[in-house]
Design a protein around this ligand. Structure first.
Ligand code: 5GP
Length: 121
């Protein structure tokens, strides 16, 4: 699947539509999910144009990979949900149709602030 420049997260990255920003650096943007599923529900997205985790794993540079995973850790700490600062959280990426991915720009969901419960329902 090729990258769709008109997906909603691409528009957020271009500042064409607003987001409730948590964190931004050279590699990632993080903002709150518009439809939170848990007490804390953040999204962390790479700035590069990657459709999903498979695309990212195959095509991202080493710096982008490190940047994304460091970004997740920075956001978790900022939100006080990390194991150090809080009681932990769930990081989840939906991939493709069977994975239930709706927005075709790679994103990790961070769920926290309460017990997240069953892994798959
Ligand atoms: P997916 O199902 O692709 O893993 O998750 C997409 C997520 O993006 C959903 O949790 C949905 O609520 C969120 N989302 C969709 N549109 C917007 C938007 O315009 N702004 C924000 N902040 N989140 C969005």
């Amino acid at each position: 699947m090729s990258y769709d420049d008109n997906n909603i997260f691409a528009k957020i990255l271009r500042n064409e539509i607003p987001c409730n920003k948590i964190y931004e650096d050279e590699f990632v943007l993080s903002f709150y999910d518009i439809n939170p599923q848990k007490k804390i529900h953040a999204l962390v997205i790479p700035k590069g144009k990657y459709v999903d985790l498979d695309d990212f794993s195959q095509n991202a540079s080493s710096n982008e990979m490190v940047g994304l995973f460091k970004g997740i850790n920075i956001v978790a700490k900022k939100l006080n949900i990390s194991v150090d600062a809080g009681k932990g959280y769930r990081a989840l990426a939906n991939i493709g149709e069977n994975g239930g991915q709706e927005v075709p720009h790679l994103h990790f969901h961070l769920f926290g602030g309460e017990k997240i419960g069953k892994m798959v329902s």
